[in-house]
Design a protein around this ligand. Structure first.
Ligand code: NIG
Ligand code: FE
Length: 391
């Protein structure tokens, strides 16, 4: 693609700018065009008003939307947990304990193996329309293993999260206080230069509210911004802590009290829902409808990891959210694009309006609604990242 291109004949263009098109949050423009110059969007509107160019690309009456923003994944790991999944599907419940299996495999892997695994899942995600992804450490649990995971991640994305506080490292299982001291001390020193975010798994069997607070405030003092695995397996202090610390996102939000919902609705912390986890653990769905009706901002992401949600597919998560979590197709598409951007506190992605990065997905369908209407069908037929066609 040359540096200036206009994509025309778009049947339905999701801009996520409510001042455009139908005036809905999606800012849906019918019979639309979008102009790209270099790595940015320069113009969006009706095809008949598109700027003149020598370089036109006919979308053939199909839908275009912003590239998906997957704001929650765990892609620095080795091995998989096929047997654990099969056992779970025959009745064994999910618990945080399985994480140790992946920690052992990850520690044993070479840097090249970890990076090859990461790039494989990134390519998979890109083919399914994901143009921005966040990813976390959390399967190393020593200063050396966590920092090497983050160094590898940082070669592929700016959205890197230090999750040393995923579980207590097996060798310190009898002394969680010593592990928290390690995470907030030597491990943080080694990891902070390579990350933007700090995360903690606040849950029974992982870290309690006081430990989570200690981890997040230590990270914040080193310039990392907080985000939290909160209220995934049970009610607990995670969501309230997220809002109190102005975390960018509280992730999972499956088991919420009314006070948690109110806190999310009144603060600027995004509720990131991860339906792949409930699908793969046969757990109760998060109630997106309740959060949306209360006024909370909701993001949808994959949580791609080998234990609780081994999917890299945002379209799959959109379909689940519409079918089982009370979201409309429009809401789910917004949450997987603009919602993900909000969960990463970004305004340069997740929208197709002038100034935003030219990150676009072309569907082999006349409407974004087909992402939920045609579940499991590979509808993504074109992806542009930073103005360059990559799929
Ligand atoms: O987000 N909840 C904590 N961490 C992951 C699961 C990690 C694993 O099972 O390996 C999650 O679901
Ligand atoms: Fe997660």
């Amino acid at each position: 693609m040359s540096s200036s291109t206009v994509i025309t004949n778009i049947a339905a263009l999701v801009t996520n700018d409510p001042s455009l098109g139908d005036g809905s949050p999606l800012g849906l423009v019918r019979d639309a065009a979008v102009a790209i110059d270099g790595d940015r969007i320069t113009w969006t509107g009706e095809s008949s008003k598109a700027p003149a160019t020598d370089n036109r690309l006919d979308a053939g009456g199909r839908a275009v939307l912003p590239g998906f923003v997957d704001s929650h994944s765990h892609l620095l790991f080795a091995g998989d947990r096929t047997e654990e999944f099969a056992a779970r599907m025959s009745g064994r419940p999910y618990s945080a304990g399985g994480i140790r299996t992946t920690v052992a495999a990850t520690r044993a892997a070479t840097d090249a193996e970890l990076e090859a695994n990461l790039t494989r899942y990134l390519a998979e995600a890109l083919r399914q329309g994901t143009t921005t992804f966040e990813t976390k450490s959390g399967y190393g649990l020593t200063a050396a293993d966590e920092s090497r995971a983050l160094r590898i991640a940082a070669r592929h994305t700016d959205e890197v999260t230090f999750l040393g506080a995923h579980i207590v490292a097996p060798e310190l299982a009898d002394d969680p206080a010593a592990y928290v001291a390690l995470v907030t001390g030597e491990m943080l020193d080694a990891c902070a230069p390579h990350a933007r975010w700090i995360d903690v798994f606040c849950e029974k069997g992982a870290f309690d509210g006081d430990q989570a607070r200690a981890v997040l405030t230590a990270g914040r003092a080193r310039g990392l911004h907080p985000r939290i695995h909160a209220n995934q397996l049970s009610q607990g202090p995670g969501v309230q802590l997220a809002v109190e610390l102005d975390a960018a996102s509280a992730d999972h939000c499956t088991h919420l009290t009314d006070a948690d919902v109110d806190a999310l609705a009144s603060g600027s912390t995004v509720a990131t829902l991860l339906p792949g986890a409930e699908f793969s653990t046969r757990a109760e769905w998060p109630d997106a409808r309740r959060l949306l009706d209360a006024g909370a901002t909701v993001a949808l992401s994959t949580d791609c990891n080998p234990g609780s949600s081994f999917t890299s597919s945002v379209p799959f998560c959109i379909a689940l959210a519409v079918r089982d979590m009370g979201m409309t197709p429009d809401e789910a598409v917004w949450s997987a694009t603009a919602g993900g951007a909000a969960a990463l506190r970004r305004d340069d992605i997740g929208r197709l309006t002038p100034g935003a990065y030219a990150d676009l997905t072309l569907l082999d369908a006349p409407s974004h609604v087909h992402l939920a209407y045609r579940p499991g069908v590979p509808l993504v037929s074109g992806v542009w990242r930073r103005g360059v066609r990559v799929v």
